[in-house]
Write a protein that binds this ligand. Structure first.
Ligand code: PGA
Length: 254
């Protein structure tokens, strides 16, 4: 088993005070293991403060989005270089909530990927099908469209790239994809990435959608799964720590 990446997507949750309470409980109990990388993606307002709070720890920071331009008259937007300067080394792009509620398109996501790579951020590209698409047997076609739509012109090769497979029907619903569905879909994504970039880029394919400390044991450790993107279960230090500890004992037993 190679290394694992566990990303906490806090979405629109936590004030600075709430984040400080979380870290006070979380950091002292975080197990040290060089094979597992923990990334926190808090709202923009917390990035600068958490950068200082996390200095010297093994936890990295991610933004939940960024704009493709470096600066300019784009009210309400934040650029890749701004989040980099705030301490981020990762950025979540194309989350289904952004596609669904804010009309983000693959073409926009592609521009954001280009800008992130130029800045030195590692993109975490989220893709996933709706229930209707899965039930209609269109999962691979939809994922291929999302991958092609946001990666086809990327020539500048990243050293590391992360794709999060998040079936829309599994996000925040308590319904998790079956192990078989996860394995098949991850293998499909890995094949597409290898055909696109060859083996020159280190890629991680994460699963996301209602992951918690119990159900993570069903799929973590599978060779096609390099980690998870966790929403609800990452908001409490105790549940996120439980998930991390169980992943370590399953994947890297002493
Ligand atoms: P969830 O969210 O774990 O609450 O389903 C995952 C995500 O949307 O990234």
């Amino acid at each position: 088993m190679g290394s694992l990446l566990l990303v906490a997507n806090w979405k629109m949750h936590k004030t600075l005070e709430e984040a400080q309470i979380f870290l006070k409980e979380f950091l002292p109990l975080l197990p040290a293991n060089s094979k597992i990388k923990i990334v926190l993606a808090p709202p923009f307002t917390l990035l600068h403060s958490l950068q200082h709070r996390l200095a010297g720890s093994s936890v990295a920071l991610a933004a939940q989005n960024c704009h493709w331009e470096d600066k300019g008259a784009y009210t309400g937007e934040v650029s890749a270089s701004m989040v980099y300067a705030a301490g981020c080394r990762y950025v979540i792009l194309g989350h289904s909530e952004r596609r669904q509620f804010f009309g983000e398109t693959s073409a926009q996501i592609e521009k954001k990927i280009v800008s992130s790579l130029k800045t030195g951020l590692c993109p975490i590209l989220c893709i996933g099908e709706t229930l209707q698409e899965r039930e209609g047997g269109r999962t691979e076609e939809v994922l291929k469209g999302q991958l092609r739509g946001s990666l086809q012109s990327i020539e500048e090769l990243p050293s590391e790239f992360v794709v999060a497979y998040e079936p829309v029907w599994a996000i925040g619903t308590g319904r998790v994809a079956s192990v078989q569905q996860i394995i098949e879909t991850h293998e499909f994504i890995q094949k597409w990435l290898a055909a696109h970039w060859g083996n020159r880029v280190k890629t991680f394919v994460l699963y996301g959608g209602s992951v918690n400390a119990d159900n993570i044991l069903e799929f973590i450790g599978e060779p096609s799964v390099q980690g998870a993107l966790i929403g609800g279960a990452s908001l409490q230090a105790k549940s996120f720590l439980g998930l991390i500890e169980r992943s370590i004992s399953k994947c890297f037993p002493e």
